[in-house]
Design a protein around this ligand. Structure first.
Ligand code: RB5
Length: 150
């Protein structure tokens, strides 16, 4: 898929990393919508995760990136929005496979877990990978079946 626009959001722990990732995405020629927070005052990661997720499901952004301290809390928030498949990745291999097999549409990582250079490698591997479809699509469809059942 050709990624034109990415929505990015973060809590207070990830202001610096979000700035670094935004600059990196712009260098790749991708339009970036930064949703906040822009403050280092403590804030609640579900708020920022939901903002990113909504941009993706509405089609206003092709993909999303959401960052908190570990990446875990904000990924849980993103995954509460129907249609979101958010993956927490601390290394490039998982990021690539999250696109190829899981069709992840939001990438999450932790500003207290990965440094900015590793985070850029994770982002690049994720963006350069394509969803493989086939048997993987059938498994993606099973996500909706779980939601319908529960
Ligand atoms: C904030 O202290 C921290 O809990 C948050 O950034 C994140 O790591 C939650 O999963």
């Amino acid at each position: 898929m050709t990624v034109m626009k990415i929505a990015i959001g973060n809590d207070h722990s990830a202001v610096d990393l979000r700035e670094a990732i935004t600059a990196h995405l712009k260098e790749r020629g991708i339009e970036v919508e930064e949703l906040g927070t822009f403050s280092r005052e403590s804030s609640n990661y579900p708020e920022w995760g939901e903002k990113v997720a909504r941009k993706v499901v509405s089609g206003e952004a092709d993909l999303g990136i959401a960052i908190c301290g570990t990446g875990i809390g904000i990924s849980i928030a993103c995954n509460k929005v129907k249609g979101i498949r958010a993956a927490v990745c601390s290394e490039p291999y998982s990021a690539k496979l999250s696109r190829q097999h899981n069709d992840s549409n939001v990438l999450c990582f932790g500003a207290r877990v990965v440094g900015s250079e590793l985070a850029k490698m994770i982002v690049d591997e994720w963006l350069d990978a394509e969803f493989l479809g086939g048997r993987h699509q059938m498994r993606i469809d099973m996500f909706d079946e779980i939601v319908a059942r529960n």
